[in-house]
Ligand binder design. Sequence first.
Ligand SMILES: [Zn+2]
Length: 502
Amino acid sequence: MSLYLKYRPKDFDNLIGQEHIKTTLLNALKEKKISHAYLFCGPRGTGKTTTARLIAKSINCQNPLEFGHHCNECFTCKSAQEGSLVDLIEIDAASNRGIDEIRDLREKIRFAPSQARAKVYIIDEVHMLTKEAFNALLKTLEEPPAHAYFILATTETHKVPATIISRCQKFDFHRIAIAELVNRLKYIAEQENLNYEEEAMEQIAKSVKGGLRDAISILDQLSSEGNLTLDKVKKSLGISDIAAIENLFQSLIDKNAIKGLAIINQIYQQGLDLNDFARTFLEYLRQKMIEAVNANSVSNLNLILSMIEIFSQAKLKINSSVIPQLPLEIAVMEICHRIPDIKAQSPNPNNLDKNNTHHGNTQNLTNKMADQHPTTSNPQSIMNNQPLIGPSDSPLPLTPSDLLNKWEQILNLIDPPAIRQSLKQSNIKEIKDSNITLIFNTAFHFEKFNKAAHICSLENAIKQIFDTEAKVTCSLEKPAENSEQSPIDKTKEAMDIFGGQW
Ligand SMILES: [Zn+2]
């Protein structure tokens, strides 16, 4: 017996994920308010048919337990479990489009159940039914006999006619979270006395896009080969070596197109899946993006965001390309030759000002970066994190990014707090030699801060932190509308590419 069947949940307690559905269904079962037609939507392997069978058991259980649970001991529970309950009818619409089955269903549905209290029809991949079959099904759903229940499951809801959907109570099954998948895989491995590396389980979980059935199938395939190592998992999944990923990243940072192209070709020659390589590379870039945000490194972030955008586009083109590796090669060329070399540059003061104006002020920028990384919420620790790429400390004279990086510390040296608040409302307009120009958006804060004593205390704070003399001037300006995307906005956009999970 396959591990998937062996560990298929026999009760709602062991159903993985889908808490929202579990709770609603158990309540309905408890209150005996089960709907006569359900539509389960969601990706493959997320528990749709498993849940359907659990409902069938609970509806028919002869000794129902508390809170809607079934006993797993009575005749109907046991025969449903073994697949021998004649009143539990499963139809796979994908295999023959259901014409005969639905006709049969229409003919027999009026007859009372023979073994159980109710007949339960589970129609899997219901979107595959023919138009005629859908019409026949619709007539049945319009007036179902009291003893009949329908559970329709689909991976493609948009292909199910609206007339059918409107007759059903609809549940959306979610992709199962990686942590939950890993837990389940580890549980099964332990039950089966399999030795495993933690990373191997994580790799399996990451590769299945939230589908538990696929995850368990991979575990099953690999379980016969002894220890479950990360290496074995990667090999079996055709997952690219992390070294190739890191080398590609470095070659892009170095703008070394020849090396970048060689890596892409090597991956292709090894027969590895280019789609998978691109996905793994994007995951790696995402990690780098988070690190860059964490390090408050705007210039690194821009380069990484460009890489993410270009490689996301390239990945979409792999399958339709005549030469499979070509889209990735073009991506390498684009990054090496078209993206301006921003890693070694200090941020342009004008751009910096625009970004800050867009977001209100320097304080906001710092806060937003801190907010994006919940584990490092202390601004001090963010400031101390060194960027991964390029110089971490610029030599004198001061640059706007120097000032931004230490802004929090500078603010802390400004007293009284009311004046500090006013200073927070300013942006750095420019730094020329040692002359820093701050710009205020409101006259109120400008007038409050623009006093010799406060400017002097700011200059002292800068001297204390950077050990350099600076002259500060303040100016007042109306905020300009600016539609240019800031790095933070671009980060959010990039997050959407990854499904919004940080
Ligand atoms: Zn039972």
